[in-house]
Design a binder for this molecule. Sequence first.
Ligand SMILES: *[C@@H]1O[C@H](CO)[C@@H](O)[C@H](O)[C@H]1NC(C)=O
Length: 160
Amino acid sequence: MIWFLLLFSLTLGAVSPSDERVVKLQRGNCPMFWYSFNGRCYKYVSTRLTWADAALQCLSQRASLVSIHSLEEQNFVKSLIKNFDHGEGPTWIGLNDRVDDKWMWSDGAPLNFTLWYAEQPKPAGGYCAQINYGDDLKWKHQPCGYSYAYVCASRIDCPL
Ligand SMILES: *[C@@H]1O[C@H](CO)[C@@H](O)[C@H](O)[C@H]1NC(C)=O
């Protein structure tokens, strides 16, 4: 298994030798199809759903839409998406302003890191955030009814 992961990592690295930010994907202690980063498990799902349906799908797997708390985590999530979607298309993350006119993560984690493509949008209700917008693959608010791929993440202690 370790050899398989190593080969897999090498293959990943070879996909884009020019992109130094590519992070090696490792399953670690995560279940099949989930990948480990800093003690949490993450899964990319290519099925396009509205933000609310994507959030429900994550919940049904005892996880949430991903929350992102650092540039390292941002780069990990980007690499995870790129591994399955070379086009790096728009993908839902857990940030939304659906409640109380505030940007919030659906897993309840504090909003202590943001990477909007422009200024942080004023909460207007009914917006959700995608990753992979523009050349820098940053975050952009979109109507929550749009259908995108999505990334789920487990809670810290990985209870899957
Ligand atoms: C932001 O919040 C997350 C989740 O609680 C935590 O793990 C992380 O250390 C925090 N980061 C900063 C920079 O405070």
